[in-house]
Ligand binder design. Structure first.
Ligand code: SAM
Length: 235
């Protein structure tokens, strides 16, 4: 490890609040938990993965950083190993990056005791982002931050949630329905060049289908167009 994390992992790190104990589920290389402890964002961390091979990579990263006493590798399907162990050790922050929103929701739903004890969740879903927003809304996790970034020509979204009471105010008073906001991202509708560029790619993608006469995409095309207009910087 050269001590530098990518823009994507660095953005996840920036979205994390200071915590005692972070678990990074699906850690693979282990770069995120190691960087979190190195930078003081987390006092201690668990680098968890479903498969032994990625976990070996995480072990090497931890050893190279000399953090074997503060970052522990854990073979676990999602949060199952912690849930089964009676939430020992008690973790207060969860990061999950690079999987689908559906998988992330399954991981959270299967570990109610672990998730119930968390003070923050930061995710970077590769797909199904609306699925995770919908789950968070239904489970009283309030959206604290939403960051769009581009790395190697690909857009990524990083979302941070904290426990809340009542309906998440991020979804109130918008000229879009809640379901539309689950898809678009309520704060990504704020005017910003990268938000507008992302919505423009979606307008082009779905617009091509509409132009080819593929049925059923008109409403989605109109929605991305409204989002693009909302996120564009006025001139
Ligand atoms: C694409 S990699 C992402 C690695 C890293 N989080 C990142 O964003 O750079 C996905 C990793 O998640 C792991 N994974 C997939 N499903 C999992 C599950 N249910 N529980 C734990 N790890 C899982 C895979 O083994 C793989 O190492």
């Amino acid at each position: 490890m050269n001590g530098v994390v990518s823009l994507r992992l660095g953005t996840i790190l920036r979205c994390l609040e200071s915590c005692e104990y972070l678990i990074d589920v699906g850690t693979d290389h282990g770069l995120l938990p190691v960087a979190a402890v190195k930078t003081g964002v987390a006092q201690r961390a668990i680098a968890a993965d479903l498969r032994p091979q990625p976990l070996e990579g995480a072990r090497r990263t931890i050893a190279a950083a000399g953090l074997g006493d503060r970052v522990k590798p854990l073979l676990s399907d999602g949060l199952a190993a912690l849930e089964e162990a009676g939430v020992r050790p008690p973790v207060d922050a969860l990061a999950i990056a690079g999987m689908s929103g559906d998988t992330m929701v399954r991981i959270c739903d299967r570990a109610p005791n672990v998730v119930g004890a968390l003070a923050q969740i930061v995710v970077q879903p590769n797909s199904g982002i609306d699925v995770f927003r919908r789950w968070a809304f239904s489970n009283s996790w309030h959206l604290q931050k939403e960051v769009m970034l581009m790395e190697n020509g690909r857009y990524f979204q990083v979302l941070a949630f904290v426990p809340g009471a009542g309906d998440d105010p991020a979804y109130a008073n918008a000229p879009f329905s809640r379901e539309e906001l689950f898809q678009l991202g309520p704060t990504l509708l704020r005017p910003a060049a990268i938000h507008a560029a992302w919505f423009a790619t979606q307008v082009a993608r779905v617009g091509a289908l509409v132009e080819q006469g593929v049925p059923g995409f008109e409403a989605e095309y109109a929605l991305w167009g409204r989002a693009l207009r909302a996120a564009s910087i006025p001139v």
